[in-house]
Design a binder for this molecule. Structure first.
Ligand code: ASP
Length: 312
């Protein structure tokens, strides 16, 4: 099997000045994941490491750069899933953790549970030797400004709350195993304790070797109502391509609950797509030694992996 990785950096609207930063960020993450796959690494390691790169990049709404809740604090959700055996691990409403995706993987591998939240997740992190970082280290000037702007009574929560910059990855490795990972700070000015789609299996992501894998982004409550990731898997089980499944599920979410979002999808045979119903979504993919990336509908910039390695 030829390895393939696809990553996204969140669905929403990206301002012009930030475009290059988003493009570079998703390409760096895709390259990191692809290098792991090329060296015989697993899809699971590739998606985890790709997401770590994005969590560490303050441009994105995950790890450092996460949006703030109504009290001005960072609370993050993350999920990882292994297509071999449907094992998954997730954390929700976690604070002071630099890489929630790593904690989600520990939940998958070291507990009998699928999801740990808030205090329990933090106790588990301590027990596993995951070090805490000061909460302020995860807060950027941009997220603080956004939070302030959203406190104004005339702000439009439906538009401004989408946390643009949630990150995710899907991959298939040389053994044909698929995996997904998604990580986010959620939506801006959310209530304390709000758990979004990202932490919920079947909403923020899903991976099954018999079908493929997907990672989602967008308005979490809408995604949860239609169980977007599993809905896409269902359409693929019924014979749709990743592209058809993504389009069908996203337009269903729009029609049925007026929700917008974006998805990356890979099939068990390595076909992939990146689709969104928002204005933009940053994404990058590597397959057959070709790096592709885009932000706008219909955009697809392609380079060889060698060129990408030199430039990034
Ligand atoms: N889906 C995320 C959430 O609602 C936000 C996003 O993807 O922008 O928590």
């Amino acid at each position: 099997m030829k390895p393939v990785i696809v990553v996204h950096g969140g669905a929403g609207t990206i301002v012009k000045e930030k475009e290059e930063g988003y493009r570079t960020g998703v390409k760096q993450a895709a390259l990191k994941g692809y290098n792991i796959l090329k060296n015989g690494g697993s899809a699971l390691d590739a998606v985890e490491e790709a997401v770590v790169v994005l969590e560490d990049n303050p441009y994105f709404n995950a790890g450092c750069g996460s949006v703030l809740n109504e009290k001005g604090d960072v609370e993050m959700d993350a999920i990882i899933m292994d297509g071999r055996n449907l094992a998954s691990g997730a954390v929700s409403a976690v604070r002071c953790i630099a890489n929630p995706i790593k904690l989600a993987r520990l939940v998958m591998e070291k507990t009998d549970h699928l999801l740990l939240t808030d205090r329990g997740a933090s106790l588990f992190a301590k027990a596993q030797g995951v070090s805490e970082v000061p909460g302020e280290m995860l807060v950027t000037d941009r997220s603080r400004e956004r939070w302030r702007a959203n406190l104004k009574p005339d702000s439009n929560p439906k538009v401004s709350q989408i946390g643009l910059g949630t990150v995710g990855a899907v991959a298939i490795d040389s053994e044909g195993n698929v995996a997904c990972a998604t990580s986010t700070g959620g939506i801006t000015n959310k209530m304390v304790g709000r758990v979004g789609d990202t932490a919920c299996i079947g909403s923020g992501g899903y991976a099954d070797n018999l079908v493929g894998a997907t990672s989602t982004t967008g308005h979490g409550e809408s995604i949860m109502k239609v169980v977007l990731a599993r809905l896409i898997m269902h359409h693929m089980e019924q014979g749709m391509t990743p592209e058809e499944a993504a389009d069908t599920a996203l337009s269903y979410m729009k029609k049925r609950v007026n929700g917008l979002g974006g998805v990356i999808v890979i099939s068990k045979s390595g076909d992939w797509t990146a689709k969104f119903s928002t204005n933009q979504m940053s994404w990058a993919a590597v397959k057959d030694e070709q790096m592709q990336c885009g932000i706008y509908h219909g955009e697809n910039q392609a380079t060889t992996i060698e060129e990408a390695r030199v430039r990034l």
